[in-house]
Design a protein around this ligand. Sequence first.
Ligand code: ATP
Ligand code: MG
Length: 409
Amino acid sequence: MRLSKTFIKTLREAPKDETAKNGALLTRAGYVHKEMAGIYDYLPLGLRVIDNIKNIIREELNKLGCEEVLMSALQNPEPWEKSGRFSSERVDIWFKTELSSGGELGLAPTHEEPMVNMLKSYISSYKDLPLYVYQFQTKFRNELRAKSGILRGREFLMKDLYSFHTSEEDLDRFYAEVEKAYEKIYARLGVGDCTYETFASGGIFSKYSHEFQTFLPVGEDTVYYNADKSVVLNKEVLEPEVLEDLGVKREELSEATAAEVGNIFKLKFKYSEPLGLKYIDEENQQKIVYMGCYGIGVSRLMGVIAEKFADEKGLVWPEEVAPFRYYLVGIGENGIAEAEKFYKGREDITLFDDRDKRPGEKFADADLMGMPLRLVISDKTLAENVAEVTDRRTGESWTVALDELFEKF
Ligand code: ATP
Ligand code: MG
């Protein structure tokens, strides 16, 4: 991507109404544009980050045999009435609207009910199970507080996976596989060493549900952890019997704030029973389908990663998340010509700063935008037949011979 050709512009100052660090930085660096509180547009760089996050999740879930779909956002109240969740008294974050031909619709805040309802058309026998279906989809929630940039959106992107089984053992087996896949996903996203599986409330038949919490000063959750962080629990379950259950003492726990970047639930029959998702087993008996659900906050993760790694100069993206690997700067006529040569064939991994701007401005934008490696080719480096490479994460700079640059980078 050529910076001279894109419409995005970096800003020296964040808009006044953007108080969250992630929102301010992502806006200044040209990744997002704010429509109103909790509602954002994703610009070319931001969209590439979102796509990278999605692709990592997609790769790991596909390895488990999960199938991707895209369900509608507009919701027929009917299946939700069966679970009791269409009521705005019970679920206070609904956006609802009306059909011009009459009748109410909702904008999906999540998809358990429509997923179960849809699969009633496809699951009838034990031979159809197990089944794992997921999507990346925009969710709508009328969140009361939306002051955390893209960490809490009124419209946000979620990965939601639902699994369907003939037995609790099989649900347990798959749940454990998802736990491992989530660990791989967070590691690849660069937050593996600050994201912990956390005991939380909301278990239906199992005692707890599990959240994945990334330790982050601006996170909205409070968690407690022991010395080696082998036990992390959400404040909501900090009770004597839970502590005893988990084999930890209150005195050995420290407090931290964290952002929930995912969660997993053994739902068992919570939705399959009221919605009537059944199958015929090997003995010709009708049984209710066991179910699990597994969420990841895709757009929230982008905000968490932005916020977590940023420094005083701007964003710092982990390798696999960065929209481009290289921020390429050519200086002087010959430097620009050589940079053009490098750019050719590497358009998809290089953000080429070919604008008519002073080197200092380009370097400041390189720091603000946060690509992992900055490459500088100038008359000065050409005189020595090298390019200058700077690692955004460490600030470390070194030179690389030009032929090596063209071969290895
Ligand atoms: P929270 O407690 O933060 O409101 P939740 O328990 O409502 O989250 P789920 O409904 O299980 O979350 O959604 C799955 C994932 O989607 C969460 O783990 C989180 O990462 C993300 N998420 C939830 N609400 C939002 C939101 N308003 N904006 C962005 N991401 C969200
Ligand atoms: Mg919520």
